[in-house]
Design a protein around this ligand. Sequence first.
Ligand code: ARG
Length: 460
Amino acid sequence: MALWGGRFTEGPDQRFKAFNDSLPFDSRMAVEDIEGSMAWARAISKAGVLSAEEVERLEKALNELLTEVKADLKAVSEAGDEDIHSYVERRLIEKVGDLGKKLHTGRSRNDQVALDLKLWCRHAVEELRKALTHLERTLVECARRHEGQIFPGYTHLQRAQPVTFTHFILAYVQMFERDYQRLGNALTLMSTCPLGSAALAGTAYAVDREALAVDLGFERATSNSLDAVSDRDHVMELLSCASISMVHLSRLAEDLIIYNSGEAGFIELSDKVTSGSSLMPQKKNPDALELIRGKCGRVVGALNGMLVTMKALPMAYDKDLQEDKERLFDAVDTWHSCLEMMALCFEDLKLRDTNVVKAAKGGYSNATELADYLVGKGIPFRQAHEIVGQAVLYAIAHNRALEELSVDEMEQFSPVIGGDVYECLRLENIINKRNIKGGTAPAQSRLEIEALEKLLAARA
Ligand code: ARG
């Protein structure tokens, strides 16, 4: 049964119907549509459209329907109605007869769909914040387990200065924490309720829209009906949050893939998140991480698609807006599964200490320290930089590390170098010296971990 038809003399072409129907995917908003319908019934009853007894019957039937759709959402998606709004109305009429036909008084599918999707986004934010919290907790635990573990730090993917593995992991926790906060900001902007805007001009019934908004968990009602029915900022916003977070996940995936490679050998991923090759028996591939990296493109694509759909849409509702749902649902599902998968990758992740320390020691990553040592002896930094450059050149030519050069050898570059230089070139010393807020010193990481643990514990 379609919600319209009086004005038509023929039914739709089956090909058009298949093209136009959204029930196969907007059935995902069944719960939101029913909750919105119950609130609308209460609101129009207060406006004198329905009696108390009628609202009671409607709410009872809608509650029944709620249980039914929750039990079998697939059946809903295959029911053949035009969209979820038509489905709910048809089923309601089947349950309560003509009374069901009164529910749509003063309401349009345009404000209904705007409401349903906004509610859906708000629920999604909750689930995503849980998944982010779980990932953050997993990473903080890993950071704590490996406290003080020296790790090579890179810029340009060239060994730069030693850091700790903890510091590296915590860098990503900061990113995911911003993703969490970003969702909070997005939620704030999703706190207005569009219901009561009707098709575009606002409902003609004396509905208390502010009370209706609060009834549905919003802070207040939207202020302009044209905006309310055509606004999909919440979709673009959520897709932006998803895209930024997927970029973070993809960067972490890439780092771990490099560290897991035979060339680096810094970590070993567990068998739980890797797969083999059908041809090469020795292979253990980082598929989970590669898929996370790959799925980033899918989510960023969804954001791009949505932005282009919105561009140049004339005021107010246009059917183009129906294109908001599939990509949003897909992007949110994808992001959610990647958050979970990344957390799983950290279960049983092994750090190969010997390789890591060897790499941190190599690549002359203590050269800056030698320059600072010279500065400590009164040499201007620019000059110290030049001297150390020459020492590195010499060490490379002799295939040795800086700390493997004798004092005599080092003296040829600067007479101020003495026996105390070796202590200063030790990796632990280099790490411990960065004891400033945000620095890699274990004492600082400890503070960072404690602050994060406190923050995350408060999110039970
Ligand atoms: N299925 C539509 C959508 O997702 C619902 C709103 C339809 N409104 C209309 N006037 N055709 O956008």
